[in-house]
Write a protein that binds this ligand. Structure first.
Ligand SMILES: Cc1cc2nc3c(=O)[nH]c(=O)nc-3n(C[C@H](O)[C@H](O)[C@H](O)COP(=O)(O)OP(=O)(O)OC[C@H]3O[C@@H](n4cnc5c(N)ncnc54)[C@H](O)[C@@H]3O)c2cc1C
Length: 394
C-alpha cells in the first residue's frame, strides 16, 4: 500500500475545495466521498465578500460568477407586518471589503469545485467510499472504509460534515439539536407567484421563524428557506417539524410570507444542528475542517464559506516537500489552528445569537428588535466588519 500525502474524507464543498487548494500548493491529495456521486442539495447558498475575496485569489471566482447573482441589498423585514426594517447595501459592501456578495445554487458551486479538482493532476477522487474509522500512527494514519478498503496517508483531513467519523476520533461529543427545522429549495422562477425581489436577499423575521428568499442561477431559479421552531419538538414528540406544523407556524404571517410557503418542497426537511466550539481540531496526523470542525446554525450564512477558508489556511500552513516529519506536520497544523479555530468558533457562537435576535417572540422583544434595526444607519458596518473584513476602503 502506498502512502498518500493528504487524504480528505468527504467530498462536499469543504473537502473538494481543500483538495483543489492543497493541490495548487503541490500537495498530492486523495478524496474519499461516501455517496455514489459528488452532489449537493437542491438549494441556494450565500457567499459574502470574506469568502469571494479568497475564491478570487485562488482563481475559482471566475468559474462561479456566470451562474451567480450579485444582489443589490440584504434586506431585513418583519414577517408579520412586512415592514422593511433595515438593509445592507451590497454594492457598497463590495467596495468596502474588496469582494462581491454572491448567491448561487449549491450544485453550481460544487460542480465548479469538482471540475477544478478534476483538472488538478495531484488530486485523486473516489466516490462510494464510506470512511468508518481512522488509526493514527507516528509515520502515517490508516483510513478504514465500509467496503474493507484501507488507505495510508501522512495527513488525514476530516471534511465529512456534521456527523464526522474523523471527529469521533478526536472528541467525544454529539451534535446539538436546536429544535428548529428548515424547508428549502430552489425552483424555476416562474413557479413562484410572489417573489419578494429579484435584486435582493430578503430575510423575513417572525416569532420563532424566519424566511429567506433570493434568486440563483443567473436569475433562472428562486431559492427559499423557511425555518421555524418546532413546538412538537419542545413537547418531546418523535415526529416534529412536519409540513402541517410548517403551515400552522406560518399561518399568522403577512401575505408575502404566506405566499412563499406553497412553493417549498415538502418531501424533505432539515432539522438544524450545531455543536459546541472546540479548542483545537487536531490530534497527531488527523485534523478537521468545515462542518466536521465547526458545524454552525446557518443564520450568518457562513458555514460553507468558513469551510472554504479552512482549506485555504491549511494549504498556506503545510510545509513544502515530503515526507512530513511529525514535528513539522505538528507545527503546520498548529499554524492552521491558530489561523482558524478562534475565528470559526466566534462565527459558530455569533450565529446562535443572531438566530435568537431574529426569532424573538414576545411583543416587547419584537418591539425592541425592530426599533434597533430601524434606527441603524444603513452605512454603519461595525456589526459585520469583523466577519466580512478587513475593509479595503472606508
Ligand atoms: C438551511 C441551510 C442554509 C445554509 N446556508 C448557507 C449559506 O448561505 N452560506 C454558507 O456559507 N453556508 C450555509 N449553510 C451551511 C453549509 O451548508 C455547510 O456549512 C457546508 O455545506 C459544510 O460543508 P462541508 O463540506 O464541511 O460539509 P458537508 O456539506 O456536510 O459535506 C460533507 C461530505 O462528506 C461526506 N461524508 C460524510 N460522512 C462521510 C464518511 N464517513 N465517509 C466519506 N464521506 C462522508 C458527505 O456525503 C458529504 O459529501 C447552510 C446550511 C443550512 C442547513
Amino acid at each position: 500500500m502506498s502512502t498518500d500525502q493528504v487524504l480528505v474524507t468527504g467530498g462536499g464543498i469543504g473537502g473538494l475545495s481543500a483538495a483543489v487548494l492543497l493541490a495548487r500548493r503541490g500537495v498530492r491529495v486523495r478524496v474519499l466521498e461516501r455517496s455514489p456521486e459528488f452532489a449537493e442539495v437542491g438549494a441556494g447558498l450565500q457567499l459574502a465578500p470574506n469568502i469571494t475575496r479568497m475564491l478570487d485569489e485562488v482563481g475559482v471566482l471566475d468559474r462561479i460568477l456566470p451562474l451567480s447573482v450579485q444582489p443589490r441589498r440584504l434586506v431585513f423585514r418583519n414577517a408579520e407586518t412586512a415592514e422593511e426594517l433595515t438593509h445592507l447595501d451590497l454594492a457598497d459592501a463590495r467596495r468596502r471589503y474588496g469582494g462581491p456578495y454572491l448567491v448561487l445554487h449549491r450544485s453550481d458551486l460544487l460542480r465548479a469545485l469538482l471540475e477544478a479538482a478534476e483538472a488538478e493532476p495531484g488530486v485523486t477522487l473516489h466516490t462510494g467510499h464510506e470512511v468508518t474509522g481512522v488509526t493514527d500512527g507516528p509515520d502515517h494514519a490508516l483510513v478504514h472504509c465500509a467496503d474493507g478498503t484501507e488507505f495510508r496517508a501522512e495527513l488525514v483531513v476530516g471534511a465529512d460534515g456534521l456527523h464526522s467519523a474523523v471527529r469521533a476520533h478526536l472528541v467525544d461529543d454529539e451534535p446539538l439539536c436546536s429544535g428548529y427545522v428548515a424547508y428549502r429549495g430552489a425552483v424555476p422562477i416562474e413557479q413562484v407567484a410572489h417573489r419578494a425581489s429579484m435584486d435582493d436577499v430578503v430575510v423575513w423575521m417572525g416569532p420563532g421563524l424566519h424566511l429567506v428568499q433570493y434568486p440563483v442561477r443567473a436569475g433562472r431559479l428562486y431559492n427559499q428557506v423557511a425555518v421555524f421552531r418546532s413546538e412538537q419538538y419542545r413537547r418531546g414528540e418523535r415526529d416534529w417539524g412536519t409540513p402541517a406544523e410548517l403551515d400552522r407556524t406560518y399561518a399568522g404571517m403577512c401575505d408575502e410570507v404566506r405566499a412563499a410557503v406553497p412553493a417549498l418542497g415538502r418531501d424533505h426537511r432539515w432539522p438544524m444542528y450545531d455543536r459546541e466550539p472546540l479548542p483545537n481540531w487536531t490530534r497527531g496526523r488527523l485534523t478537521l475542517l468545515g462542518d466536521a470542525a465547526h458545524p454552525m446554525l446557518q443564520y450568518l450564512a457562513q458555514g460553507a464559506g468558513q469551510a472554504l477558508l479552512d482549506g485555504a489556511a491549511l494549504a498556506d500552513a503545510l510545509p513544502p516537500g515530503r515526507p512530513w516529519a511529525s514535528h513539522d506536520l505538528g507545527a503546520a497544523l498548529r499554524e492552521y489552528e491558530a489561523a482558524r479555530v478562534g475565528f470559526a468558533s466566534r462565527v459558530q457562537a455569533t450565529a446562535r445569537v443572531w438566530g435568537d435576535i431574529w426569532h424573538v417572540d414576545s411583543p416587547v422583544s419584537t418591539l425592541l428588535r425592530d426599533e434597533v434595526f430601524r434606527s441603524r444607519d444603513v452605512h454603519d458596518y461595525h456589526l459585520v466588519d469583523w466577519l466580512y473584513g478587513p475593509a479595503v476602503s472606508a
